[in-house]
Design a protein around this ligand. Structure first.
Ligand code: SAH
Ligand code: SF4
Length: 378
């Protein structure tokens, strides 16, 4: 299977063009088409010789994601459902004006991207893992979630209306970048697709690529301890968020089967290693689920381990998933929990969920679409 041209690094392209006896400046011309203009047709790259374009198209794919459906909510969080070339679905969520959830400065737009079709980790509360794991996304499929949203945005701002799907995959003129924050929190476990994820993030981070600062990229993991250590040794200064959801093995195990493989002691040692290598704070994600992990007796153990690790805590009221028995606690319960952590000297935030009304929690729109599609296809 040929690779998508957009997953090649500058060095790889330079090596290839040297082999093909192309002048060096062609590399930058091509990169400009692919990453600055987000071109999706070889035919538009008019300053490249036709023979070179033909040679490129014979060796590489240039395959944009198909925007299958877009949902926007009242507060303008927008959800993009993509159909991949094999018919599988993944989703991305665009969140404007992020209120500095992960310590970054206030910004323009954050995109939440997926890294796998489905998820093998089967957390009990999550829609993404309900139908199991199907496959890893390629680096290009991760990159094109960003470029696809930017193409859609450029198309929309030109026409002033929502463009049809076909329009959204056309080339767009050079436009200022829309997305300057990435959270790797969509469907899938990013660190279980380590190589493709890192390849994609290197390109999205490169000045000749997506131009997104590494410090503006947050990778969220359910707690794969060995891969956290590997990421700690990588030179990219990514932010790390760890989905904790339980401050004791007993509570965490009830929600996340991964805790049996990497219990808290092992996970926290890996987090400590990450923190020491990077010299930056990590974030613990803690979903509040009624009657499961929201009682005030969970606040002291959570505060204890957050302080020990110098980590911030991001509390997220649970987003109800159709067919699952879990519920979001009352607002007052969430508020009491955050106060209990703060009293113990923990930096904690309670996420005011944007997009709750459009199923913004990972995997939900895709699950509904896939099941709907399957139902109508019999
Ligand atoms: N697999 C990674 C990243 C994707 S999930 C991880 O688990 O961290 C991103 C975040 O969404 C995780 O913190 C996950 O626990 C949370 N999440 C999943 N389902 C949710 C739901 N229904 N409501 C609120 N948060 C949810
Ligand atoms: Fe997978 Fe993350 Fe969902 Fe767990 S929470 S099933 S790791 S996507």
């Amino acid at each position: 299977m040929p690779r998508d041209i957009r997953s090649l690094t500058r060095e790889e392209l330079a090596g290839l063009f040297e082999e093909w006896k192309q002048p060096g400046y062609r590399v930058d011309q091509l990169l400009h088409w692919l990453h600055a203009r987000r071109a999706v047709h070889w035919g538009t790259m008019t300053n490249l010789p036709k023979a070179l374009r033909q040679q490129l198209s014979a060796h590489f794919l240039l395959q944009p994601l198909e925007l299958f459906h877009k949902q926007g909510s009242r507060d303008s969080t927008q959800k993009f459902l993509w159909r991949l070339s094999d018919g599988a679905f993944v989703e991305s969520v665009l969140i404007p004006a992020n209120p500095a959830l992960y310590g970054e400065a206030s910004d323009r737009h954050t995109l939440c991207v997926s890294t796998q079709v489905g998820c093998a980790y089967g957390c009990k509360f999550c829609a993404s893992g309900l139908d199991g794991w199907k496959r890893n996304l390629t680096a290009a499929e991760i990159i094109d979630q960003v470029y696809g949203v930017e193409r859609w945005n450029a198309g929309e701002s030109q026409s002033g209306a929502q463009p049809p799907t076909e329009h959204a995959t056309r080339n767009t003129p050079e436009a200022p970048r829309l997305i300057n924050n990435l959270v790797i929190m969509g469907m899938g476990e990013p660190l279980a697709n380590y190589d493709h994820l890192l390849a994609a993030l290197r390109i999205l981070n490169a000045p000749w690529g997506g131009g997104i600062g590494a410090r503006k990229i947050t990778v969220s993991t359910s707690g794969l301890a060995p891969q956290i250590r590997k990421l700690a040794d990588d030179p990219m200064q990514l932010r790390l968020a760890v989905s904790l959801h339980g401050a004791t093995d007993a509570v965490r195990e009830r929600l996340m089967p991964v805790n049996r493989k990497y219990p808290l002691k092992e996970l926290l040692a890996a987090c400590d290693y990450y923190q020491k290598r990077k010299g930056r704070m990590i974030t613990f994600e803690y979903i509040l689920i009624a009657g499961v992990n929201d009682s005030l007796d969970q606040a002291p153990p959570l505060a204890e381990l957050s302080k020990r690790l110098h980590a911030k805590v991001n509390l997220i009221p649970y987003n109800t998933v159709e067919g699952l028995p879990w519920h979001r606690p009352a607002e007052s319960v969430c508020q009491a929990f955050v106060t209990a952590l703060e009293r113990r000297g923990v930096t904690a935030t309670l996420r005011r969920e944007k997009g709750h009304d459009i199923d913004a929690a990972c995997g939900q729109l895709r699950l509904r679409t896939e099941r709907g599609t399957q139902a109508t296809q019999g």
